[in-house]
Design a protein around this ligand. Structure first.
Ligand code: 3PG
Ligand code: MG
Length: 399
C-alpha cells in the first residue's frame, strides 16, 4: 500500500507546524443528559494526537458528530467531546465554536506548540457533505488553510466522500494516522488470505444494509452466522412464520436466493426469544425458530442458537463480527449478543469486531476489550472495506 503514515510526517519534523487531523469523534450521546455514553472513538485517536503533541505540533482536530443538516444545531455540538478529549489527553483542548469562521481562526492562531484545538462539527457546514464538487471544494479550501499537513485518523468516515475526508487531502501533504493504518492492516488480513476456518457473524436490523457484504463474503467464508433483526427475513425465506418480528418483505426472495447459493455455509437461529412488545419488561419466551407465535416478535436469538454458534466459532481461526444478535440494550434480550461475544473471546482465532454498534455492545456488556484481536471504530466503513469497495478517504491518501 502506497500510503504515507504518521511516522513519515513525524520524521520530517512537525515542531511548530500546524497539523490538521480529521478524527471520527462521532460518539453516542445520552438523549436526556447529552453525556457521552461511549468514548471509545475518542480514545482510539489518542495515539495519533499524543504523538503530534509530543512532537510539538500545533494540532487542529476536526470531526463530525451525528447528522446535522448543514447548519449549526446545538444538540450536535462537539463541545462535550472537547472536554472529554482534554481529560484523556490530560491537557486543555481549545474549542472553536464554529468550524471555519471567526472563532476557528482565532483559536487556531492562538495555538502554541504542542497544543490542541477542536473545531466545531464539520457538518454544521453545507460544504462538508455536498454532492457538488465546487461547494465541497470551497469548504475544503477553508479547512485546509488551518494546516500545513493533514492526517486522516477518521477510519469511521473513510467511506464518505466528504470535504474533510476526500477533498482536504488533495490540498495538503497527507498521511494516514495510527488508527487508520491499524484498521487497514487488520481488515486487509480478512480480505487477503484469512486463516481457515473463517467464520463471520452478522447481526443488526436490516438485511438490505448487509446485502452487499453478504454477497462479497459468501465465497470467502467457511461459515456465516446470522442473527439480529435481519434473521427474520431469512427465516421467512425458509418458509417460517415470524409473527410481528422485523421483516423486510421485499428482501425475502433475495434471502431465499442467498440461502440456496450458500451451500450450507449460512447458519440461522434455531430458537429465538419472542416477546409481546418491543419493551424491556415485555412478556417473553424462548420458542423454536419455526414456531414464533403470530402476535409475538423476536428480540433475541435463543440459547440453543448461541450453543450452535459457539460450536462453529470454537473451530474458527479467523472471526469477523458485525451487528448485535438482539436488542442488547434491554437486559432481557442481551443474552444472545453476550453469548456470541463471549464465544468469540474464547476462541484462539484472530478476531475482529466491526462497527459502531457491536463495539459499543462489547463495552456496554462489560466485556474485556483486550480479549478481542481488534475492535474497529468503523461500522459502515469496515463493511464497505470488506465488500472491496474503493473508500474515498483511503483513495485520497493513496494519491
Ligand atoms: C459512523 O458513525 O458510522 C461514522 O461516524 C460515520 O457517520 P455517518 O454514517 O453519519 O456518515
Ligand atoms: Mg453509520
Amino acid at each position: 500500500m502506497s500510503i504515507r503514515n504518521l511516522d513519515d510526517l513525524l520524521a520530517e519534523g512537525v515542531s511548530g507546524r500546524r497539523v490538521l487531523v480529521r478524527a471520527d469523534l462521532n460518539v453516542p450521546l445520552d438523549k436526556q443528559t447529552g453525556e457521552i455514553t461511549d468514548d471509545g472513538r475518542i480514545r482510539a485517536v489518542l495515539p495519533t494526537l499524543g504523538a503530534l503533541v509530543q512532537a510539538g505540533a500545533k494540532v487542529v482536530v476536526c470531526s463530525h458528530l451525528g447528522r446535522p443538516k448543514g447548519a449549526p444545531d446545538p444538540q450536535y455540538s462537539l463541545r462535550p467531546v472537547a472536554g472529554r478529549l482534554g481529560e484523556l489527553l490530560d491537557a486543555p483542548v481549545h474549542f472553536a465554536t464554529d468550524t471555519v469562521g471567526e472563532s476557528a481562526r482565532a483559536t487556531v492562531d492562538a495555538l502554541a506548540d504542542g497544543q490542541v484545538a477542536l473545531l466545531e462539527n464539520l457538518r454544521f457546514n453545507k460544504g462538508e457533505t455536498s454532492k457538488d464538487d465546487t461547494e465541497r471544494g470551497a469548504f475544503a479550501d477553508q479547512l485546509a488553510a488551518f494546516g500545513e499537513a493533514y492526517v486522516d485518523d477518521a477510519f469511521g468516515a473513510v467511506h464518505r466522500k466528504h470535504a474533510s475526508v476526500h477533498d482536504v487531502p488533495a490540498r495538503l501533504p497527507h498521511v494516514a494516522g495510527r488508527l487508520v493504518l491499524r484498521e487497514v492492516e487488520v481488515l486487509s488480513r480478512l480480505t487477503g488470505e484469512p486463516e481457515r476456518p473463517y467464520v463471520v457473524v452478522l447481526g443488526g436490523s436490516k438485511v438490505s444494509d448487509k446485502l452487499a457484504v453478504i454477497e462479497a463474503l459468501l465465497p470467502k467464508v467457511d461459515r456465516l452466522l446470522i442473527g439480529g433483526g435481519m434473521c427474520f427475513t431469512f427465516l421467512k425465506a425458509q418458509g417460517h412464520e415470524v409473527g410481528t418480528s422485523l421483516l423486510e418483505e421485499e428482501m425475502v426472495e433475495t434471502c431465499g436466493n442467498l440461502l440456496s447459493r450458500a451451500e450450507g455455509k449460512i447458519l440461522l437461529p434455531v430458537d429465538v426469544v419472542a416477546a409481546d412488545a418491543f419493551a424491556p419488561d415485555a412478556a417473553h419466551d424462548t420458542v423454536p425458530a419455526d414456531g414464533i407465535p403470530s402476535h409475538r416478535l423476536g428480540l433475541d436469538i435463543g440459547p440453543e442458537t448461541v450453543a450452535g454458534f459457539t460450536a462453529a466459532l470454537s473451530q474458527a481461526k479467523t472471526v469477523f463480527w458485525n451487528g448485535p444478535m438482539g436488542v442488547f440494550e434491554m437486559p432481557a434480550f442481551a443474552n444472545g449478543t453476550r453469548g456470541v461475544a463471549e464465544a468469540i473471546t474464547k476462541t484462539d482465532a484472530f478476531t475482529v469486531v466491526g462497527g459502531g454498534d457491536s463495539a459499543a455492545a462489547v463495552r456496554a456488556l462489560g466485556l474485556d476489550e483486550s480479549s478481542f484481536g481488534h475492535i474497529s471504530t468503523g461500522g459502515g466503513a469496515s463493511l464497505e472495506y470488506l465488500e472491496g469497495k474503493t473508500l474515498p478517504g483511503i483513495a485520497a491518501l493513496e494519491n
